[in-house]
Design a protein around this ligand. Structure first.
Ligand code: NAP
Length: 442
């Protein structure tokens, strides 16, 4: 997990970057230096010889290289934001920090450094004013954090960044483009007016990502597919529920001690219990992965009689043994639904973009059933829509998502989650058919 410093030349990216790198025990990578090395020329010479477009092309190649690095402090070039794809790449596993400063301060800091070629103006001041005017909105859009560097020493700026990192929470998964976790958490922070921020990281190596959380002092993380089971190996303490379900979907960083939780359990139970009691009910659970395990535990504890069905029968059998289920098997046993009170889909089938899919034939749905689909995008899946038509009570997957996120919110911030604001942001996005993208994370 990287820190990516962005901002105008003179904003202090290299100086602050050196301090951050030393304090966080990371390597500093200066993108301009890499560009220069790659071209075998000083920046001014590249621009003079080939022009700015060529410079930006080399910068794009260097961006690819740097975006592939992990646990570095990256002092990026001032114009890296002018190509949106550069920033999208750098932010996949990096927190973008904008070092803000006004023109006078920037000029003062640059002093007589006239080695840098002018971009748009004829004088240093004119050039700086016009460039800042052009780029301000780009920095703003790209930044996860903005730190005002006016009247601050580089040490103070570095200190402010380190302090702000303690208010950063993140999502770790792969893929993460369509997750609505950033939207719902950030809506909660905004509703309470607290200066937390939630950013998604696309992560392949969960071990290194968790090292990154520890190293940067990031406050907490939501862990999503495919990392929930492996995350358990790298935390310092494991909450009882996470241990029982064998999955960590939440990490809280308490001054360097990482604690793993599972909030899916409570999220699913709360959503389900709003629609039905569990005691003595017969429940057919379809799926045997992480979500199904948390739900099976909840159903068992609530006194329900369990039937677990899964595409891979052996996994259903294993889960059934763990939770003393009445029966288990493959999809050929779906007619068990006819004698059930509760049906739960804990597979991704029906999820956007394959919204026309359902594992459950409509004819099996009857009006004594409560149907819970853990899929939350779209809000009403094909299964839920058909269940509604057949007179079943329905439980939206977004409710589980909302409640599990609310518990995370409380673990991260110590504040009660503003459920109404979080729910409204989520349902608006789902009803508007919006699918969050990586770049759209604030
Ligand atoms: P997981 O551990 O990867 O398990 C996926 C399960 O779905 C497995 O049982 C798998 O069967 C089954 N499956 C996958 N594709 C299938 C297909 N085409 N046909 C039949 N079965 C299929 O994933 P997970 O963490 O349990 O998540 C499962 C789903 O739950 C997610 O996709 C998400 O929609 C939902 N979920 C929702 C929330 C929420 O807050 N609403 C939270 C967590 C998860 P095999 O064993 O045969 O591979």
């Amino acid at each position: 997990m990287n820190i990516v410093l962005i901002g105008m030349r003179g904003s202090g990216k290299t100086t602050v970057g050196k301090i951050l790198a030393r304090r966080l025990g990371r390597e500093l990578v200066e993108m301009d230096e890499l560009i220069s090395r790659r071209a075998g020329l000083a920046i001014a010479e590249i621009v003079e010889k080939y022009g700015w477009e060529k410079f930006r092309d080399i910068e794009e190649q260097v961006t690819d290289e740097v975006a592939g690095r992990d646990n570095i402090v990256n002092a990026s070039g001032g114009g890296v934001v002018t190509r949106e794809k550069n920033i999208a790449k750098l932010k996949k596993n990096g927190v973008a920090v904008w070092l803000k400063a006004g023109v006078n301060t920037l000029l003062e800091r640059l002093g007589k450094d006239s080695k840098r070629p002018l971009l748009v103006g004829k004088t240093q001041r004119g050039d700086m004013e016009m460039t800042l005017r052009q780029r301000k909105a780009l920095y703003q859009k790209a930044a996860d954090l903005a730190v005002d560097t006016e009247d601050k020493t580089p040490e103070e700026v570095a200190e402010a960044i380190i302090k702000s990192l303690k208010k950063i929470c993140c999502l770790i998964g792969d893929p993460i483009e369509h997750s609505l976790s950033p939207l719902i958490h950030n809506a909660g922070y905004q509703a309470l007016g607290i200066n937390y921020i939630y950013v998604p990281f696309q992560v392949k190596d969960i071990k290194r990502a968790i090292e990154g959380i520890r190293g940067l002092g990031i406050r907490g993380a939501s862990i999503t597919m495919p990392h929930k089971a492996r995350a358990i190996e790298y935390v310092d303490e494991i909450d009882r529920l996470a241990l029982e379900t064998g999955a960590v979907n939440t990490i809280v960083n308490n001054d360097g001690i990482l604690i793993g939780y599972n909030t899916d359990y409570h999220g699913a139970l709360k959503a389900l219990e709003e629609a039905t009691s569990l005691e003595g009910k017969r429940a057919v659970l379809v799926g045997s992965g992480g979500a199904a395990t948390a739900i099976a535990l909840g159903l068992k504890r609530g006194g329900a009689k369990l039937v677990i069905l899964n595409r891979t029968k052996e996994k259903a059998k294993r889960l059934a043994e763990m939770f003393d289920a009445e029966d288990s098997g493959g999809m050929e046993k779906l007619d068990e639904i006819s004698s059930a009170d509760i049906l739960i889909n804990a597979t991704p089938v029906g999820m956007w973009p394959k919204t026309n899919e359902s594992l459950i034939p409509k004819s099996l749905l009857h009006n004594r059933l409560t149907v819970f689909d853990t899929v939350y995008n779209p809000k009403e899946t094909r299964l839920l829509s058909e269940a509604r038509e057949r007179g079943c009570a329905i439980v939206y997957g977004y409710k589980m998502f909302l409640y599990q996120a609310a518990i995370q919110f409380e673990l991260f911030t110590g504040r009660q989650a503003p459920l109404a604001a979080m729910e409204s942001a989520l349902t608006q996005a789902l009803e508007g058919g919006r699918h969050a993208t990586h770049f759209d994370r604030r």
